[in-house]
Ligand binder design. Structure first.
Ligand SMILES: [Zn+2]
Ligand SMILES: [Zn+2]
Length: 358
């Protein structure tokens, strides 16, 4: 099969490699579409958060790509939960299943992250992070990571099911029962945009989206945002509070990773409010702890898509309650991956979610 393999930092080569064989509780997925995530750009140029055999993923025959979907092509021994030919989206993380966090359903926070080789093989897998990912024709997946793609959903849009699952998980962490409560989403990247859609589907009201790009804010409106604020044009905390009678909102889902995002988010919520951090900030940030303590504000960090959130997000798609299609903007062939990465990195032609198809 064809697979892109990471050499030195930033260097990808399209190679011929053997089709992997599924083991017990695994299936072989023929990849039909793989979306590019900002985290893939980090992995390809800097390595982290990918880790292969306990170190950086360079020159280890590693294939990145974690947001893929496809068709089941073969079943490993003992698998009767799925059949060949079914269309599936895949969660990124299959935890080890034996640590305390996995047993709690927090498999994206598996305590054996990356321990899947040699003497420390605990069975942990994370597609495109600790095991081979989706910039290839085939991949092996544990059945716990599979989610059936609802009928009528295109391959490209199905790659966004896992993104919607990440948004769902963040809203779970914030409190889950968000119907009738006010939420701000900061940052209109794919996760922020899908957080808007999922929050509206769950009944949050109002949902306010902030970003510094008007085209992204317009897509957020399409996905259901009640209000949008261009944070480059006005002080964003004041603008949020003005929309809310000065009181502040119940929740903020922080999806921008901007340097001052946490200090703004804690001032957008009312006293006792909750803030979920769902973006990788690239530098340590100074945070106003006194404000957090004085105002009893809760801060949560999430990693990925735990608690089977992806299955629940897929159900929202199946029910027609969310439609992520405006987030998908460009499609390339697998062979054109370097060009597709450039579109994603430089946001060429308004690119949001760029997908490659083997
Ligand atoms: Zn991602
Ligand atoms: Zn675990």
């Amino acid at each position: 099969m064809k697979a892109w393999v990471l050499g030195d930092p930033g260097q990808l080569t399209l190679t011929d490699t053997p089709v992997p064989r599924p083991g017990p509780a695994e299936v072989l997925v023929r990849i039909d579409a793989c979306a590019i995530c900002a985290t893939d750009l980090d992995v390809i140029s800097h390595g982290a958060p990918a880790t292969i055999e306990g170190g950086l993923p360079f020159n280890k025959n590693f294939t990145p790509g974690h947001e893929y979907m496809g068709t089941i092509a073969a079943l490993g021994p003992t698998v009767d939960e799925y059949t060949v030919g079914e269309r599936v989206a895949v969660e990124i993380h299959a935890g080890c299943g034996r640590c305390e966090r996995c047993r709690q359903g927090m498999y994206t926070s598996c305590l054996n992250y990356g321990r899947n080789y040699g003497e420390v093989n605990k069975g942990h897998r994370a597609n495109g992070f600790t095991t081979n990912g989706g910039f290839a024709q085939y991949a092996v997946n544990h059945i716990n990571t599979l989610v059936r793609v609802p009928e009528g959903i295109s391959d490209e849009v199905a790659t966004l099911i896992v993104t919607a699952g990440t948004a769902m998980y963040g809203l779970d962490v914030l409190g889950g029962l968000i119907a009738g409560q006010a939420l701000v989403v900061t940052g209109a990247g794919p996760i922020g945009l899908l957080a808007v859609a999922v929050a509206k589907a769950l009944g949050a009201n109002p949902v306010i989206l902030t970003d510094i790009r008007d085209d992204r804010l317009a897509i957020g409106k399409q996905l259901g945002a009640d209000f949008s604020i261009n944070a480059s044009l006005e002080p964003v905390v004041d603008a949020v509070r003005r929309l809310n009678g000065g009181r502040g909102v119940h929740y903020v889902f922080e999806a921008s990773g901007a340097p001052n995002a946490v200090n703004e988010a804690i001032r957008m919520v009312s006293r006792g409010g909750r803030v979920c951090l769902g973006a990788f900030a690239h530098k340590p940030a100074l945070v106003d702890v006194e404000y957090i303590v004085t105002n009893n504000i809760y801060l949560f960090g999430i990693r990925g898509e735990g608690q089977s959130a992806v299955r629940r997000a897929a159900s929202l798609l199946a029910q027609g309650k969310i439609d992520p299609s405006p987030v998908h903007t460009h499609t390339f062939s697998l062979a054109e991956l370097p060009e597709a990465l450039r579109y994603a990195r430089d946001r060429v032609d308004g690119a949001i979610k760029v997908v490659v198809r083997p």
